[in-house]
Design a protein around this ligand. Structure first.
Ligand code: ADP
Ligand code: MG
Length: 394
């Protein structure tokens, strides 16, 4: 069942509180990556075209429940104004009489942007009082912040219980694409999983076992699997507490779980480290595995070429260092070139794809790092659960 969409709301003349994900990187008072702001633009433009008045709210960084100029939304406001080419009424608080007054006096041109929701301890506590104050500011509520939907906060859940709620266009797109991976994907569905820790991704692997035809494993997590198989992994990152789980997953998955055949090892994690490619059962004791190597890339590419749907989470190596970025780059290119519908989720994986300039060539790039993983795990996201079903059918 689809969630009620912003397109189902009666919008003309209404004030709409929109929870957006403007949690962007800021340096020296400037937004250094405006991707998340851009992704919220369609919903904002839609609201404006329908004659509604968008009042935007987001968290930014991790202030400690009190105002902190370091985490002010001012830089976001400037960036948003440039992108929209519209006036932004930036308020210096998120709630309270002054905000209410300013919104009453607002001429309704452009959009309003409230201050950082995490300047209030009630945000993360989902405090009814804060939710109530937020609800006084608007007639309707739209959640377009998929990246925050896995948290039960005042701006994602509390206020959604007080105002008529709906999903924004980006939220809808996120849900549609992740749903497409989990339910009735075009087959074969190939999942590519990497990143640092198996423990972060166990739930995801388990859930994908039920959905994917093939699961390709790269990144540091492969070494926990190799150790579970009895290989020597040298100084590679291993989670010893998860060896049993790794063994169980390999048994369950059989040959659907594909591990690397060769890896790039180095004597330390540094650009100028002494590195070379070895087969996975030949990792020297004093070396660590930091990337997948060419034989593995060839096998992975074969699976990706035959796929009709690809879900990718987690880099194949320490892509932040050029010396260990090749595996991630080659896999990213293979996904970009494949005919498959591709969905990329996870903060670092998305960063890697964007850094390579391949963002436009992926089917869908999820804005929700942790949220997209929890969704794939099959967990209910509080910020999604609180939205009612729509009229649109399945
Ligand atoms: P995502 O944010 O896409 O979900 P993760 O946060 O799980 O991805 O993992 C990303 C991190 O994993 C990167 O910082 C990368 O350097 C690290 N990583 C990948 N492969 C290895 C490896 N072989 N050894 C150590 N760290 C690795
Ligand atoms: Mg990460």
């Amino acid at each position: 069942m689809k969630k009620r969409s912003v397109r189902e709301l009666d919008l003309p003349g209404k004030r709409v509180l929109v929870r957006v994900d403007f949690n962007v990187p800021v340096k020296d008072g400037r937004v250094t990556d405006d991707t998340r702001i851009r992704r919220a633009i369609p919903t904002i433009r839609y609201l404006l075209s329908e004659g509604a008045r968008p009042i935007l709210i987001s968290h930014l960084g991790r202030p400690k429940g009190e105002p902190d100029p370091k985490y002010s939304m001012d830089p976001v406001s400037r960036s948003l104004g440039e992108l929209l080419e519209l006036q932004v009424l930036k308020l210096d608080a998120a709630v309270g009489p002054e905000v209410e007054e300013a919104l009453d006096d607002w001429d309704g041109q452009g959009v309003a942007l409230l201050e950082n929701s995490r300047f209030y301890p009630g945000e993360t506590e989902n405090d009814p009082e804060l939710s109530g104050q937020l609800a006084r500011l608007a007639d309707l509520y739209v959640n377009d912040a998929f990246g925050a939907a896995h948290r039960a906060h005042a701006t994602t859940v509390g206020v959604a219980e007080l105002l008529p709620p709906a999903a924004g266009l980006l939220m809808e797109e996120e849900l549609d694409n992740l749903e497409r991976v989990l339910r009735e994907p075009e087959r074969p569905l190939v999942a590519i999983l990497g990143g640092a820790k198996v423990s972060d991704k166990l739930g995801v692997i388990e859930s994908l076992l039920g959905a994917a035809d093939t699961i390709l494993i790269g990144g540091a997590m492969c070494f926990t699997f190799f150790k579970a198989k009895g290989y020597e992994v040298g100084q590679s990152l291993v989670e010893d507490d998860y060896l049993d789980e790794a063994r169980w997953l390999m048994e369950e998955a059989g040959d659907r779980l594909v591990l690397p055949i060769d890896v790039v090892v180095a004597d330390r994690m540094a650009e100028d480290a002494d590195s070379r490619a070895v087969e996975v059962d030949r990792i020297p004791n004093d070396h660590m595995g930091l990337d997948i190597s060419l034989g593995t890339v060839g096998i992975f590419r074969g699976h990706i070429e035959r796929a009709r749907t690809v879900f990718w989470n987690g880099p194949m190596g320490v892509f932040e260092m050029e010396a260990f970025a090749r595996g991630t780059e080659d896999v990213a290119r293979a996904v970009a070139e494949s005919e498959a519908m591709s969905v990329v989720g996870g903060g670092d994986s998305v960063a890697a794809v964007e850094k390579l300039g391949l963002g436009d060539r992926m089917g869908f790039i999820s804005t929700g790092g942790g949220a997209s993983l929890e969704y794939i795990e099959g967990r209910e996201l509080p910020g999604v659960a609180v939205l009612p079903d729509g009229k649109g059918g399945a």
